[in-house]
Design a protein around this ligand. Structure first.
Ligand SMILES: [Fe+2]
Length: 258
């Protein structure tokens, strides 16, 4: 059996979240998708993720939401992270912080491990992402059938280095955070399916989801500027991974755009 996983990149703003909730069931049916993971850390109206949007994404077809450096922008998400198994935050935050870095979700008789980690280059100085993922794999050993890792990171070098370090030990590794899809999807030498960045679910005609004028003003004037999400039409970017349950590995990875 082929177990097909759709991974969607950073959901940039409420319009992007609305498009997913409106169309995901149809996308799942047309593409025979069994499991959907998406990075939802920017899905709320003013950045971050809120409980209402997270609940709606899950209700309308997202199985697991991963997050990143904006996870805790809204206080309300803390309790929610402790209550639900369908959302994870980077595992390299201090252990006292709400939520978990990984979750195991059952789907079609398979146990899907989803892990989330934050890169350190140009981001917060959290715990080492390599060692954090090693620890999560150890903690989940024997409890899952398919493994997925979202590396939310700025630097392509950090994501690629991690893909080599975990090649053959994790089935699917993808990067998020840059909002720009990379064209390097592949099956690595030891069997891990990998793409450096899924890209964004958001308006292409913008600067990474934000109104062009805001960012141009910020970069030209070097003064504080309020960033608003662009209202331009939303494109969904991501990747589709075909996991062969007999071979116990991903046999195909394709970039996704809709
Ligand atoms: Fe981010």
């Amino acid at each position: 059996m082929i177990f097909r996983i759709l991974a969607l990149g950073d959901v940039a703003g409420p319009n992007a979240a609305a498009r997913i909730t409106r169309e995901l069931f149809d996308i799942r049916r047309r593409n025979e998708i069994d499991f959907v993971v998406c990075n939802g850390e920017n899905s709320a109206a003013t950045n971050g993720i809120d409980v209402k949007t997270a609940n709606e994404l899950i209700k309308y077809g997202v199985d697991c939401i991963t997050t990143g450096n904006h996870t805790f922008k809204r206080r309300e998400i803390r309790e929610y992270l402790d209550e639900t198994k369908n959302i994870v935050r980077p595992g390299n935050f201090p252990p006292e912080v709400a939520g978990m870095g990984y979750t195991i979700l059952p789907e079609k008789g398979l146990r899907v491990l989803v892990m989330n980690v934050l890169g350190l280059v140009y981001l917060e100085p959290l715990s080492c992402p390599f060692r954090t993922v090693d620890k999560m794999l150890k903690a989940a050993a024997g409890k899952y059938d398919i493994s997925i890792l979202d590396i939310h990171a700025e630097a392509t070098s950090e994501k690629i280095a991690m893909s080599h370090y975990f090649d053959g030990r994790i089935d699917i590794i993808f990067g998020t955070h840059t909002h720009v899809q990379t064209a390097d999807e592949r099956i690595m030498p030891n069997g891990t399916a990998y793409i450096t960045d899924l890209g964004m679910c958001g308006p292409d005609d913008s600067v990474l989801g934000i109104k062009k004028e805001n960012i141009i003003e910020k970069l030209m004037m070097h003064l504080p500027v309020k960033f608003d999400f662009s209202d331009n039409p939303v494109t969904l970017h991501g990747a589709v991974f075909d996991y062969d349950t007999e071979k116990k590995k991903v046999v195909k990875v394709e970039r996704f755009e809709n």
